[in-house]
Write a protein that binds this ligand. Sequence first.
Ligand SMILES: [Zn+2]
Ligand SMILES: [Zn+2]
Length: 130
Amino acid sequence: MFKTREEYRKYHREWKRKKREDEDFREKERVNNRKYREKNKNKIKEIQRLADKKRKKKHLNKIQARKAVNQAIKSKKMERGKCVKCGVKNAEGHHEDYSKPLKVIWFCGMHHRLIHRKNWGIQELEIKTK
Ligand SMILES: [Zn+2]
Ligand SMILES: [Zn+2]
């Protein structure tokens, strides 16, 4: 690879310089990151708190939406439908929007799982399972 010793030394010097710069750079990044976190501690906490709240709210909406459907069925306000995809009876109600608890699409267990696992909407399910 190297014709002369000189060439090798030059290469080696260059490599050491680059490595040093790299480490300096990384160290600076680390310090900057730490400083940023220190300075914005409360802001970061607030962002995490909000994200947590949002997640919990979504979870709660989901539970409430399911409850609403079950109650509506029990009180005969609505009937459990058939899977819109394969027609299996006694399907599960799927919510596209948890804020509209009684607006459900009926899916059998399999199609319901599929739509959630792949994060599909009804259109994707229609297209991709043809
Ligand atoms: Zn669902
Ligand atoms: Zn189905």
